[in-house]
Write a protein that binds this ligand. Structure first.
Ligand SMILES: N[C@@H](CCC(=O)N[C@@H](CS)C(=O)NCC(=O)O)C(=O)O
Length: 68
């Protein structure tokens, strides 16, 4: 399952959610979303920075592929 890191209040996360929606991909079925950024934190942890060294959301992982 794909994983999307990002808070829904982020316009850039919303763009990815829109794209996933256009592809008929459903949260909970085809991808999971983890709240990250601002008060949620997460995006400055070593684990997250290993995925996205910019420490920004959205970040999307699909198997071995990480997009940011
Ligand atoms: N062009 C940026 C877009 C990502 C971006 O600017 N994300 C913002 C939210 S829209 C962010 O992560 N801000 C820090 C935070 O939310 O903690 C990129 O290179 O990924």
């Amino acid at each position: 399952m794909m994983t999307l890191w990002g808070r829904k209040s982020s316009i850039n996360v919303q763009k990815v959610l829109w794209a996933l929606s256009e592809l008929a991909l459903i949260e909970g079925r085809d991808f999971e979303r983890i709240d990250a950024g601002l008060h949620f934190g997460v995006n400055k942890t070593p684990e997250f920075l290993a995925l996205n060294p910019n420490g920004l959301v959205p970040t999307l992982r699909d198997g071995e592929l990480v997009l940011w």
